[in-house]
Design a protein around this ligand. Structure first.
Ligand code: ADP
Ligand code: MG
Ligand code: MG
Ligand code: MG
Ligand code: MG
Length: 441
Protein backbone atom coordinates (compact mmCIF):
# COMPACT_ATOMS: atom_id res chain seq x y z
CA UNK A 1 0.00 0.00 0.00
CA UNK A 2 1.40 3.35 -1.05
CA UNK A 3 1.36 6.47 1.12
CA UNK A 4 0.43 9.98 0.05
CA UNK A 5 4.09 10.96 0.09
CA UNK A 6 5.09 7.98 -2.07
CA UNK A 7 2.54 9.05 -4.65
CA UNK A 8 3.53 12.71 -4.63
CA UNK A 9 7.17 11.70 -5.02
CA UNK A 10 6.31 9.28 -7.84
CA UNK A 11 4.39 12.00 -9.66
CA UNK A 12 7.31 14.40 -9.40
CA UNK A 13 9.97 11.89 -10.42
CA UNK A 14 8.04 10.37 -13.30
CA UNK A 15 6.96 13.48 -15.16
CA UNK A 16 3.24 12.99 -14.45
CA UNK A 17 1.43 16.08 -15.71
CA UNK A 18 -2.28 15.22 -15.42
CA UNK A 19 -4.22 13.07 -12.99
CA UNK A 20 -7.70 11.84 -13.73
CA UNK A 21 -10.12 11.51 -10.84
CA UNK A 22 -12.49 8.70 -11.80
CA UNK A 23 -15.80 7.59 -10.35
CA UNK A 24 -18.86 5.60 -11.45
CA UNK A 25 -22.42 6.88 -11.69
CA UNK A 26 -25.36 4.75 -10.52
CA UNK A 27 -25.98 3.51 -14.05
CA UNK A 28 -22.45 2.09 -14.16
CA UNK A 29 -20.75 4.63 -16.39
CA UNK A 30 -17.20 5.71 -15.69
CA UNK A 31 -16.72 9.47 -15.32
CA UNK A 32 -13.68 11.59 -14.67
CA UNK A 33 -12.25 15.03 -14.04
CA UNK A 34 -8.62 15.74 -14.82
CA UNK A 35 -6.47 17.87 -12.56
CA UNK A 36 -2.90 19.02 -13.01
CA UNK A 37 -0.12 17.56 -10.92
CA UNK A 38 0.00 20.71 -8.80
CA UNK A 39 -3.51 19.99 -7.47
CA UNK A 40 -2.82 16.42 -6.41
CA UNK A 41 -1.65 17.17 -2.88
CA UNK A 42 -4.78 19.20 -2.20
CA UNK A 43 -6.95 16.49 -3.77
CA UNK A 44 -5.47 13.86 -1.47
CA UNK A 45 -5.95 16.04 1.60
CA UNK A 46 -9.28 17.79 1.04
CA UNK A 47 -10.76 16.37 -2.11
CA UNK A 48 -11.65 18.23 -5.31
CA UNK A 49 -15.02 19.95 -5.73
CA UNK A 50 -17.16 18.94 -8.69
CA UNK A 51 -20.70 19.69 -9.85
CA UNK A 52 -22.65 16.49 -9.31
CA UNK A 53 -25.98 17.76 -10.60
CA UNK A 54 -25.34 16.59 -14.15
CA UNK A 55 -24.34 13.04 -13.13
CA UNK A 56 -27.08 10.43 -13.46
CA UNK A 57 -28.63 9.62 -10.10
CA UNK A 58 -26.29 11.74 -8.02
CA UNK A 59 -27.80 14.95 -6.85
CA UNK A 60 -30.33 17.72 -7.31
CA UNK A 61 -29.37 21.17 -8.52
CA UNK A 62 -29.86 22.60 -5.00
CA UNK A 63 -27.06 20.55 -3.48
CA UNK A 64 -24.78 19.98 -6.41
CA UNK A 65 -21.27 20.61 -5.05
CA UNK A 66 -19.55 17.43 -4.00
CA UNK A 67 -16.02 16.26 -3.32
CA UNK A 68 -13.98 13.64 -5.12
CA UNK A 69 -11.56 11.98 -2.71
CA UNK A 70 -8.90 9.80 -4.40
CA UNK A 71 -8.37 6.27 -3.08
CA UNK A 72 -4.57 6.08 -3.04
CA UNK A 73 -4.61 2.32 -3.61
CA UNK A 74 -6.03 2.84 -7.10
CA UNK A 75 -3.24 5.09 -8.40
CA UNK A 76 -1.90 3.97 -11.76
CA UNK A 77 -0.31 5.43 -14.87
CA UNK A 78 -2.54 5.38 -17.96
CA UNK A 79 -0.11 3.60 -20.29
CA UNK A 80 -1.44 4.75 -23.67
CA UNK A 81 -1.11 8.45 -22.90
CA UNK A 82 2.09 10.39 -23.79
CA UNK A 83 5.26 9.33 -22.01
CA UNK A 84 6.37 12.94 -21.54
CA UNK A 85 3.88 14.66 -19.32
CA UNK A 86 2.30 11.37 -18.28
CA UNK A 87 -1.31 10.88 -17.27
CA UNK A 88 -2.26 8.92 -14.15
CA UNK A 89 -5.56 8.19 -12.49
CA UNK A 90 -7.20 7.53 -9.14
CA UNK A 91 -10.58 5.95 -8.50
CA UNK A 92 -12.37 8.23 -6.06
CA UNK A 93 -14.86 8.10 -3.23
CA UNK A 94 -17.53 10.77 -3.22
CA UNK A 95 -18.23 12.97 -0.21
CA UNK A 96 -20.72 15.73 0.43
CA UNK A 97 -19.31 19.24 0.46
CA UNK A 98 -19.19 19.17 4.27
CA UNK A 99 -17.00 16.06 4.14
CA UNK A 100 -19.72 13.60 5.20
CA UNK A 101 -20.30 10.44 3.16
CA UNK A 102 -22.44 10.85 0.04
CA UNK A 103 -24.90 7.96 0.17
CA UNK A 104 -25.48 7.99 -3.59
CA UNK A 105 -21.92 6.78 -4.33
CA UNK A 106 -22.12 3.18 -5.65
CA UNK A 107 -18.59 2.44 -4.43
CA UNK A 108 -19.71 3.35 -0.92
CA UNK A 109 -22.56 0.82 -1.16
CA UNK A 110 -20.06 -1.93 -1.92
CA UNK A 111 -17.69 -0.74 0.82
CA UNK A 112 -20.53 -0.98 3.33
CA UNK A 113 -21.25 -4.57 2.28
CA UNK A 114 -17.55 -5.44 2.48
CA UNK A 115 -17.44 -4.03 6.00
CA UNK A 116 -20.38 -6.22 6.98
CA UNK A 117 -18.58 -9.29 5.62
CA UNK A 118 -15.33 -8.28 7.33
CA UNK A 119 -17.07 -8.03 10.70
CA UNK A 120 -17.93 -11.71 10.27
CA UNK A 121 -14.31 -12.43 9.36
CA UNK A 122 -15.09 -13.04 5.67
CA UNK A 123 -13.27 -11.94 2.53
CA UNK A 124 -15.36 -12.11 -0.63
CA UNK A 125 -13.24 -13.07 -3.65
CA UNK A 126 -14.44 -12.31 -7.14
CA UNK A 127 -13.13 -13.19 -10.59
CA UNK A 128 -15.26 -11.78 -13.44
CA UNK A 129 -15.27 -13.03 -17.03
CA UNK A 130 -15.93 -10.01 -19.21
CA UNK A 131 -17.07 -10.75 -22.77
CA UNK A 132 -17.26 -8.11 -25.48
CA UNK A 133 -17.59 -7.62 -29.22
CA UNK A 134 -15.22 -5.89 -31.61
CA UNK A 135 -17.02 -4.16 -34.45
CA UNK A 136 -15.87 -2.21 -37.49
CA UNK A 137 -16.05 1.55 -37.56
CA UNK A 138 -17.22 3.30 -40.73
CA UNK A 139 -15.18 5.67 -42.91
CA UNK A 140 -15.95 8.50 -40.50
CA UNK A 141 -14.83 6.47 -37.51
CA UNK A 142 -18.36 5.86 -36.21
CA UNK A 143 -19.26 2.47 -34.69
CA UNK A 144 -21.14 -0.05 -36.80
CA UNK A 145 -22.67 -3.41 -35.80
CA UNK A 146 -20.58 -5.27 -38.38
CA UNK A 147 -18.29 -7.82 -36.79
CA UNK A 148 -14.68 -7.66 -37.83
CA UNK A 149 -14.22 -11.42 -38.19
CA UNK A 150 -16.10 -14.69 -38.67
CA UNK A 151 -14.23 -16.79 -36.15
CA UNK A 152 -15.74 -18.82 -33.30
CA UNK A 153 -14.78 -20.22 -29.89
CA UNK A 154 -10.99 -20.39 -29.42
CA UNK A 155 -10.25 -20.01 -33.15
CA UNK A 156 -6.85 -18.68 -34.20
CA UNK A 157 -5.64 -16.17 -36.76
CA UNK A 158 -6.18 -15.70 -39.65
CA UNK A 159 -9.84 -16.42 -38.75
CA UNK A 160 -9.49 -14.50 -35.51
CA UNK A 161 -8.79 -10.90 -36.51
CA UNK A 162 -8.99 -9.64 -32.96
CA UNK A 163 -5.72 -11.25 -31.96
CA UNK A 164 -3.58 -8.13 -32.17
CA UNK A 165 -6.11 -5.90 -30.51
CA UNK A 166 -6.74 -8.44 -27.73
CA UNK A 167 -3.01 -8.82 -27.18
CA UNK A 168 -2.54 -5.07 -26.91
CA UNK A 169 -5.44 -4.84 -24.42
CA UNK A 170 -3.74 -7.48 -22.25
CA UNK A 171 -0.37 -5.73 -22.36
CA UNK A 172 -1.95 -2.48 -21.21
CA UNK A 173 -3.93 -4.21 -18.46
CA UNK A 174 -0.76 -5.89 -17.19
CA UNK A 175 1.02 -2.55 -17.11
CA UNK A 176 -1.87 -1.35 -14.94
CA UNK A 177 -1.37 -4.18 -12.44
CA UNK A 178 -3.81 -6.81 -13.75
CA UNK A 179 -2.84 -10.47 -13.71
CA UNK A 180 -4.29 -11.85 -16.94
CA UNK A 181 -5.21 -15.54 -16.77
CA UNK A 182 -6.67 -16.28 -20.20
CA UNK A 183 -7.74 -14.61 -23.41
CA UNK A 184 -9.64 -16.18 -26.25
CA UNK A 185 -12.02 -15.69 -29.11
CA UNK A 186 -15.60 -16.35 -27.95
CA UNK A 187 -18.45 -18.21 -29.59
CA UNK A 188 -19.88 -15.44 -31.76
CA UNK A 189 -18.12 -13.78 -34.69
CA UNK A 190 -16.23 -10.76 -33.38
CA UNK A 191 -16.72 -11.80 -29.75
CA UNK A 192 -13.87 -12.03 -27.23
CA UNK A 193 -13.13 -12.79 -23.59
CA UNK A 194 -10.24 -11.77 -21.37
CA UNK A 195 -10.07 -13.18 -17.86
CA UNK A 196 -8.07 -11.67 -15.04
CA UNK A 197 -7.26 -13.22 -11.69
CA UNK A 198 -9.75 -12.98 -8.89
CA UNK A 199 -9.24 -10.56 -6.00
CA UNK A 200 -11.16 -9.08 -3.08
CA UNK A 201 -14.48 -7.74 -4.29
CA UNK A 202 -13.73 -3.98 -4.10
CA UNK A 203 -10.56 -4.42 -6.15
CA UNK A 204 -12.53 -6.59 -8.59
CA UNK A 205 -15.23 -3.93 -9.05
CA UNK A 206 -12.59 -1.22 -9.61
CA UNK A 207 -10.85 -3.49 -12.12
CA UNK A 208 -14.07 -4.15 -14.02
CA UNK A 209 -14.48 -0.40 -14.55
CA UNK A 210 -10.83 -0.06 -15.58
CA UNK A 211 -11.15 -3.08 -17.88
CA UNK A 212 -14.08 -1.52 -19.77
CA UNK A 213 -12.15 1.71 -20.24
CA UNK A 214 -9.03 -0.09 -21.50
CA UNK A 215 -10.91 -2.38 -23.91
CA UNK A 216 -12.84 0.50 -25.47
CA UNK A 217 -9.80 2.75 -25.75
CA UNK A 218 -7.43 0.16 -27.23
CA UNK A 219 -10.09 -1.01 -29.69
CA UNK A 220 -10.54 2.58 -30.83
CA UNK A 221 -6.80 2.92 -31.31
CA UNK A 222 -7.01 -0.15 -33.56
CA UNK A 223 -9.78 1.41 -35.63
CA UNK A 224 -12.41 -0.86 -34.04
CA UNK A 225 -15.37 -0.32 -31.76
CA UNK A 226 -15.60 -2.43 -28.61
CA UNK A 227 -18.99 -2.91 -27.00
CA UNK A 228 -20.19 -4.54 -23.81
CA UNK A 229 -23.79 -4.32 -25.00
CA UNK A 230 -25.27 -7.66 -23.87
CA UNK A 231 -26.90 -8.82 -27.11
CA UNK A 232 -25.78 -6.77 -30.10
CA UNK A 233 -26.66 -9.42 -32.68
CA UNK A 234 -29.97 -11.27 -32.83
CA UNK A 235 -29.56 -15.04 -32.92
CA UNK A 236 -25.90 -14.99 -31.90
CA UNK A 237 -24.28 -15.48 -28.48
CA UNK A 238 -24.62 -12.49 -26.17
CA UNK A 239 -21.92 -11.06 -23.90
CA UNK A 240 -22.10 -11.89 -20.22
CA UNK A 241 -20.05 -11.10 -17.17
CA UNK A 242 -19.96 -14.36 -15.22
CA UNK A 243 -19.08 -13.77 -11.60
CA UNK A 244 -16.82 -16.43 -10.09
CA UNK A 245 -16.82 -16.17 -6.32
CA UNK A 246 -15.69 -17.65 -3.07
CA UNK A 247 -15.67 -16.69 0.56
CA UNK A 248 -12.53 -17.03 2.62
CA UNK A 249 -11.69 -16.73 6.29
CA UNK A 250 -8.13 -16.46 7.56
CA UNK A 251 -6.90 -17.31 4.08
CA UNK A 252 -8.94 -20.53 3.84
CA UNK A 253 -11.57 -21.01 1.12
CA UNK A 254 -14.83 -21.71 2.98
CA UNK A 255 -16.46 -23.13 -0.17
CA UNK A 256 -14.01 -26.04 -0.12
CA UNK A 257 -15.69 -29.12 1.37
CA UNK A 258 -12.23 -30.56 2.14
CA UNK A 259 -10.96 -34.16 2.19
CA UNK A 260 -10.70 -34.21 -1.59
CA UNK A 261 -14.51 -34.12 -1.79
CA UNK A 262 -16.06 -33.31 -5.18
CA UNK A 263 -18.90 -31.51 -3.41
CA UNK A 264 -18.99 -27.91 -2.19
CA UNK A 265 -19.18 -27.03 1.51
CA UNK A 266 -22.37 -26.24 3.45
CA UNK A 267 -21.22 -22.61 3.59
CA UNK A 268 -21.13 -22.55 -0.22
CA UNK A 269 -24.59 -24.11 -0.39
CA UNK A 270 -26.13 -21.61 2.02
CA UNK A 271 -24.38 -18.73 0.22
CA UNK A 272 -25.67 -20.04 -3.11
CA UNK A 273 -29.13 -20.48 -1.63
CA UNK A 274 -29.14 -16.82 -0.62
CA UNK A 275 -28.26 -15.78 -4.16
CA UNK A 276 -30.95 -18.00 -5.71
CA UNK A 277 -33.40 -16.61 -3.18
CA UNK A 278 -32.72 -12.95 -4.08
CA UNK A 279 -31.77 -13.24 -7.75
CA UNK A 280 -35.14 -12.08 -9.04
CA UNK A 281 -34.75 -8.77 -7.24
CA UNK A 282 -31.06 -8.44 -8.16
CA UNK A 283 -31.67 -8.91 -11.88
CA UNK A 284 -32.71 -5.32 -12.69
CA UNK A 285 -29.29 -4.26 -11.39
CA UNK A 286 -27.17 -7.14 -12.75
CA UNK A 287 -28.97 -6.89 -16.12
CA UNK A 288 -29.87 -3.24 -16.38
CA UNK A 289 -30.73 -2.68 -20.04
CA UNK A 290 -33.78 -3.43 -22.16
CA UNK A 291 -31.28 -5.31 -24.29
CA UNK A 292 -29.97 -7.41 -21.36
CA UNK A 293 -33.11 -9.57 -21.50
CA UNK A 294 -32.58 -10.48 -25.13
CA UNK A 295 -29.60 -12.49 -23.87
CA UNK A 296 -31.78 -14.67 -21.62
CA UNK A 297 -32.93 -17.02 -24.37
CA UNK A 298 -32.25 -20.76 -24.69
CA UNK A 299 -29.31 -22.04 -26.69
CA UNK A 300 -26.62 -19.42 -26.09
CA UNK A 301 -25.07 -20.41 -22.73
CA UNK A 302 -27.00 -17.66 -20.94
CA UNK A 303 -29.31 -18.62 -18.09
CA UNK A 304 -33.08 -18.67 -18.46
CA UNK A 305 -34.03 -20.55 -15.29
CA UNK A 306 -33.30 -20.02 -11.61
CA UNK A 307 -31.42 -23.22 -10.92
CA UNK A 308 -27.97 -24.46 -10.02
CA UNK A 309 -25.83 -27.32 -11.18
CA UNK A 310 -22.42 -28.92 -11.19
CA UNK A 311 -20.79 -28.50 -14.60
CA UNK A 312 -23.91 -27.91 -16.71
CA UNK A 313 -23.64 -24.53 -18.47
CA UNK A 314 -27.32 -23.74 -18.83
CA UNK A 315 -28.33 -22.82 -15.24
CA UNK A 316 -27.90 -19.58 -13.41
CA UNK A 317 -25.47 -20.83 -10.80
CA UNK A 318 -22.76 -23.32 -11.72
CA UNK A 319 -20.17 -25.14 -9.63
CA UNK A 320 -17.05 -25.41 -11.81
CA UNK A 321 -15.30 -28.74 -11.13
CA UNK A 322 -14.41 -28.17 -7.46
CA UNK A 323 -10.71 -28.32 -6.83
CA UNK A 324 -9.70 -27.71 -3.21
CA UNK A 325 -8.77 -24.08 -2.68
CA UNK A 326 -10.03 -23.14 -6.17
CA UNK A 327 -13.60 -24.22 -5.29
CA UNK A 328 -16.00 -21.51 -6.40
CA UNK A 329 -19.52 -20.67 -7.47
CA UNK A 330 -20.16 -19.06 -10.83
CA UNK A 331 -23.14 -16.74 -11.23
CA UNK A 332 -23.88 -16.65 -14.95
CA UNK A 333 -26.62 -14.04 -15.31
CA UNK A 334 -24.88 -10.65 -14.93
CA UNK A 335 -23.74 -8.76 -18.01
CA UNK A 336 -21.12 -6.08 -18.53
CA UNK A 337 -23.60 -3.22 -18.81
CA UNK A 338 -24.20 -3.43 -15.05
CA UNK A 339 -22.82 -1.24 -12.31
CA UNK A 340 -20.29 -3.67 -10.76
CA UNK A 341 -20.29 -1.97 -7.35
CA UNK A 342 -24.05 -2.28 -6.91
CA UNK A 343 -24.28 -5.74 -8.48
CA UNK A 344 -21.48 -7.20 -6.36
CA UNK A 345 -22.83 -5.59 -3.17
CA UNK A 346 -26.21 -7.24 -3.82
CA UNK A 347 -24.65 -10.62 -4.63
CA UNK A 348 -22.45 -10.53 -1.52
CA UNK A 349 -25.29 -9.55 0.79
CA UNK A 350 -27.64 -12.11 -0.77
CA UNK A 351 -25.02 -14.76 0.04
CA UNK A 352 -24.56 -13.44 3.59
CA UNK A 353 -28.33 -13.49 4.05
CA UNK A 354 -28.32 -17.14 2.99
CA UNK A 355 -25.63 -17.87 5.59
CA UNK A 356 -27.31 -15.94 8.36
CA UNK A 357 -30.66 -17.61 7.78
CA UNK A 358 -29.05 -20.97 7.00
CA UNK A 359 -31.03 -21.18 3.77
CA UNK A 360 -31.35 -24.57 2.13
CA UNK A 361 -30.26 -24.78 -1.48
CA UNK A 362 -32.76 -26.63 -3.70
CA UNK A 363 -31.72 -29.85 -5.45
CA UNK A 364 -29.25 -29.29 -8.30
CA UNK A 365 -30.69 -29.43 -11.81
CA UNK A 366 -28.15 -31.43 -13.77
CA UNK A 367 -30.07 -31.46 -17.03
CA UNK A 368 -29.94 -28.98 -19.86
CA UNK A 369 -32.61 -26.56 -18.66
CA UNK A 370 -33.08 -25.12 -22.16
CA UNK A 371 -35.10 -28.19 -23.05
CA UNK A 372 -37.55 -27.84 -20.15
CA UNK A 373 -41.18 -27.61 -21.13
CA UNK A 374 -43.56 -25.40 -19.14
CA UNK A 375 -45.10 -28.52 -17.53
CA UNK A 376 -41.71 -29.90 -16.55
CA UNK A 377 -40.77 -26.52 -15.04
CA UNK A 378 -43.90 -26.64 -12.90
CA UNK A 379 -43.31 -30.23 -11.88
CA UNK A 380 -39.73 -29.48 -10.80
CA UNK A 381 -40.69 -26.13 -9.25
CA UNK A 382 -38.18 -24.25 -11.37
CA UNK A 383 -38.77 -20.53 -11.92
CA UNK A 384 -37.60 -18.39 -14.82
CA UNK A 385 -35.57 -15.20 -14.52
CA UNK A 386 -37.55 -12.04 -15.30
CA UNK A 387 -37.86 -11.95 -19.08
CA UNK A 388 -37.81 -8.19 -19.55
CA UNK A 389 -36.69 -5.03 -17.78
CA UNK A 390 -40.17 -4.07 -16.62
CA UNK A 391 -40.73 -7.45 -14.92
CA UNK A 392 -37.27 -7.20 -13.37
CA UNK A 393 -38.08 -3.77 -11.91
CA UNK A 394 -41.31 -5.21 -10.46
CA UNK A 395 -39.26 -8.01 -8.85
CA UNK A 396 -36.80 -5.46 -7.49
CA UNK A 397 -39.65 -3.65 -5.75
CA UNK A 398 -40.98 -6.89 -4.24
CA UNK A 399 -37.76 -7.79 -2.40
CA UNK A 400 -37.22 -5.37 0.53
CA UNK A 401 -33.60 -6.47 0.93
CA UNK A 402 -32.65 -4.73 -2.35
CA UNK A 403 -33.59 -1.33 -0.96
CA UNK A 404 -31.83 -2.12 2.29
CA UNK A 405 -28.54 -2.86 0.52
CA UNK A 406 -28.69 -0.02 -2.03
CA UNK A 407 -30.08 2.60 0.36
CA UNK A 408 -33.17 4.70 -0.34
CA UNK A 409 -31.33 7.29 -2.48
CA UNK A 410 -29.84 4.92 -5.05
CA UNK A 411 -32.84 2.60 -4.94
CA UNK A 412 -35.37 5.28 -5.89
CA UNK A 413 -33.14 7.05 -8.44
CA UNK A 414 -32.29 3.75 -10.06
CA UNK A 415 -35.88 2.63 -10.39
CA UNK A 416 -36.95 6.03 -11.77
CA UNK A 417 -34.20 5.88 -14.42
CA UNK A 418 -35.02 2.30 -15.44
CA UNK A 419 -38.78 2.93 -15.59
CA UNK A 420 -38.13 5.87 -17.91
CA UNK A 421 -35.85 3.67 -20.04
CA UNK A 422 -38.51 0.98 -20.30
CA UNK A 423 -41.19 3.53 -21.24
CA UNK A 424 -38.99 5.06 -23.95
CA UNK A 425 -38.37 1.63 -25.44
CA UNK A 426 -41.93 0.48 -25.11
CA UNK A 427 -43.37 3.54 -26.84
CA UNK A 428 -40.97 3.35 -29.76
CA UNK A 429 -42.07 1.73 -33.01
CA UNK A 430 -39.48 -0.93 -33.80
CA UNK A 431 -38.40 -2.39 -37.11
CA UNK A 432 -39.82 -5.77 -36.05
CA UNK A 433 -43.32 -4.25 -35.87
CA UNK A 434 -43.00 -2.70 -39.32
CA UNK A 435 -41.75 -6.01 -40.75
CA UNK A 436 -44.55 -8.05 -39.18
CA UNK A 437 -47.56 -5.74 -39.23
CA UNK A 438 -47.24 -3.22 -42.05
CA UNK A 439 -48.38 -5.49 -44.81
CA UNK A 440 -50.33 -8.01 -42.71
CA UNK A 441 -52.88 -5.47 -41.47
P1 ADP B 1 -15.04 -20.51 -17.23
O1 ADP B 1 -14.62 -21.93 -17.04
O2 ADP B 1 -16.43 -20.27 -16.74
O3 ADP B 1 -14.82 -20.02 -18.64
P2 ADP B 1 -12.73 -18.94 -16.57
O4 ADP B 1 -11.64 -19.93 -16.47
O5 ADP B 1 -12.83 -18.16 -17.83
O6 ADP B 1 -14.10 -19.68 -16.24
O7 ADP B 1 -12.65 -17.87 -15.38
C1 ADP B 1 -12.42 -18.25 -14.10
C2 ADP B 1 -12.36 -17.04 -13.17
O8 ADP B 1 -12.55 -17.51 -11.83
C3 ADP B 1 -11.04 -16.29 -13.18
O9 ADP B 1 -11.26 -14.91 -13.10
C4 ADP B 1 -10.37 -16.81 -11.89
O10 ADP B 1 -9.40 -15.93 -11.35
C5 ADP B 1 -11.57 -16.94 -10.99
N1 ADP B 1 -11.34 -17.78 -9.81
C6 ADP B 1 -10.55 -18.88 -9.69
N2 ADP B 1 -10.58 -19.35 -8.43
C7 ADP B 1 -11.41 -18.53 -7.72
C8 ADP B 1 -11.83 -18.48 -6.36
N3 ADP B 1 -11.42 -19.36 -5.44
N4 ADP B 1 -12.68 -17.48 -6.01
C9 ADP B 1 -13.11 -16.59 -6.91
N5 ADP B 1 -12.74 -16.59 -8.19
C10 ADP B 1 -11.90 -17.54 -8.61
MG1 MG C 1 -14.51 -18.07 -19.43
MG1 MG D 1 -12.26 -21.13 -18.82
MG1 MG E 1 -17.15 -16.87 -21.93
MG1 MG F 1 -17.76 -18.71 -17.09
Amino acid sequence: MASKNDILKFIEQNDVKFVRLQFTDILGRLKNIAITERQVERALEEGIIFDASAIAGFSEVESSDMLLLPDINTFTIIPWRPQHGKVARFICDIKNYDGTQFIGDPRYVLKKSVEKAEKLGYTFNVGPECEFFLFHTDSEGRPTAKTHDYASYCDLAPMDLGENCRREICMVLEEMGFEIEALHHENAAGQHEIDFKYSDVLTAADRIMTFRMVVKTIAQRNGLHATFMPKPIFNAFGSGMHINMSLSKEGKNLFNAGNGSMDISDVAKMFGAGILNHINGITAVANPLVNSYKRFVPGFEAPVHIAWSHMNRSPLLRVPAPKGEATRLELRSPDSSCNPYLTLALVLEAGLDGLQKEMQIPLPVDINTYSLTAEKEKELGIQRLPSNLLLAIEEMKKDPYIKEVLGEHIYSKYIAAKEAEWAAYNNYVHQWEIDNYLTAF
